[in-house]
Design a protein around this ligand. Structure first.
Ligand SMILES: Cc1cc2nc3c(=O)[nH]c(=O)nc-3n(C[C@H](O)[C@H](O)[C@H](O)COP(=O)(O)OP(=O)(O)OC[C@H]3O[C@@H](n4cnc5c(N)ncnc54)[C@H](O)[C@@H]3O)c2cc1C
Length: 401
């Protein structure tokens, strides 16, 4: 069914003032994946995406392990990736390991072009949405787009209902003066001075001389010294003998790490009647703050939903978010051990110990699908933090739970 479209041109964007079948407010990761899946499974569906950033604004690289997703979801996601690698490595003091789990990165520009290609002039960039309700998105200039399904994909919002710590980072995409010599990503290099909690470097080799070098900290607070951390990332590059010829681009993030919370209260805070997706729906891996796998799986579910209207889709998304939150209590207990029991400069020991587990357990951990046996293997043995503190953080944690 195609609904009537009255178009008007506003600046560079050909804005629809009128109707669509689906309006997605926010044009980031979850929005892009959902729009593409709806268009793939329901080609007649008129989907509008409204993104406030101007065309060409690029500040994300989104990565995932192949094992995060089942084959069906991977089959449509991998073609969106700019780079894939057959494995990755991790480094800790006195211990390094290479894992044969595939890794892939989607760059924001590529996802945006795929969405632009699929939606044409229905992908509105540089357009801010002032307000939204179950059936209307009101643009800042006063125009309105109405649709049976309006989805809120505006990214994370502040909340008092979840107890969070933070994964913070600044990443620099750099061009080196010569080859870096890496044969794959370094997902964690923690063999370095610890700062502001658990600190590690994350390095993605896009080609022989182009790298993303990201300095990351697992911290109690959400403050991020952009210049200081960028300087630390460059200093790390220098210690590896990589001479930076050019900084091409920067990205930074402050991602939530879940310690506890009340998921029902979180959903009660949402705008009434409006389904949300991505970080805004609290669907992220509790220990990494990454949302791509959940967003991809949810995109499949929404695209295949029997009725594309706000009421039924809200029901579907809310139930899924609550179900995942409850199912992932184990991760929050582990996070409490990492943040509450381990001294900040000793947090790396928890990760170093984790990375000695068999590869399939590590894969299921990052896919947020650990078996009961995996959970036991992850915690059994002498904890790398004081035993009493670990027990009180994992079993107790009442104020966070
Ligand atoms: C730099 C960075 C790198 C990350 N890397 C990874 C990774 O490798 N793997 C992974 O799984 N996760 C990663 N994450 C975490 C998480 O998956 C991302 O934050 C992801 O982008 C969240 O998706 P989202 O769709 O919820 O929000 P976003 O992708 O942030 O999209 C929200 C969009 O809504 C727009 N918007 C907000 N308000 C309005 C408005 N009023 N009107 C119009 N538009 C609006 C914003 O401009 C934004 O583009 C990363 C996060 C960051 C910040």
């Amino acid at each position: 069914m195609r609904l009537r479209q009255d178009r008007e041109c506003l600046g560079d964007a050909c804005v629809s003032s009128g109707r669509a079948d689906v309006v997605i407010v926010g044009g980031g990761l979850a929005s892009g994946l959902t729009a593409l899946r709806i268009r793939a499974l329901r080609p007649d569906c008129d989907v509008v995406v409204v993104e406030q950033k101007p065309p060409g604004a690029i500040d994300h690289t989104w990565s995932f392990f192949h094992s995060d997703l089942d084959a069906a979801t991977r089959s449509w996601l991998l073609p969106l990736a700019a780079v894939t690698w057959p494995g990755y490595s991790v480094r800790f003091p006195h211990y390094a390991r290479r894992l044969a789990t595939g890794y892939a990165s989607i760059v924001e520009a590529q996802l945006a072009s795929a969405v632009d290609e699929a939606l044409g002039s229905r992908a509105l960039r540089g357009v801010h949405v002032a307000d939204l309700s179950a059936n209307v998105a009101r643009l800042s200039d006063g125009h309105e787009i109405t649709a049976p399904l309006v989805i809120d994909a505006r990214g994370a919002r502040p909340t008092a209902s979840l107890s969070l710590a933070w994964q913070k980072f600044v990443g620099l995409e750099v061009r080196l003066a010569g080859p870096h010599g890496l044969d794959g990503p370094i997902v964690m290099d923690a063999d370095l001075p610890q700062l502001d909690g658990y600190r590690f470097l994350y390095v993605l080799p896009f080609d022989e001389t182009r790298l993303l070098v990201e300095d990351t900290r697992y911290s109690d607070g959400d403050g991020l010294d952009l210049e200081g951390v960028a300087a630390d990332a460059l200093a790390y590059a220098a210690t590896k003998g990589w001479r930076v010829a050019e900084v091409i681009r920067r990205e930074h993030g402050v991602l939530p790490i879940a310690l506890g919370g009340d998921i029902d209260a979180f959903w009660d805070e949402q705008a009434p009647g409006v389904p949300s997706i991505g970080m805004r729906s609290a669907m992220f891996h509790p220990t990494t703050g990454y949302s791509l796998p959940d967003a991809a799986r949810l995109a499949d579910l929404i695209a295949a939903a029997p009725i594309l209207e706000s009421g039924p889709v809200l029901e579907l998304v809310r139930e899924r978010s609550k179900h995942l939150w409850r199912e992932r209590a184990f991760f929050r207990a582990l996070n409490r051990m990492l943040f509450l029991a381990a001294k900040p400069d000793q947090r790396w020991r928890v990760l170093a110990r984790f990375y000695r587990l068999p590869q399939p357990i590590i894969e299921r951990f990052f896919a947020a699908r650990p078996t009961f046996g995996d959970q036991l293997r992850t915690v059994i043995g002498k904890p790398p933090v004081p035993v009493r503190a670990a027990l009180s953080a994992v079993v107790g944690g009442a104020r966070h739970a």
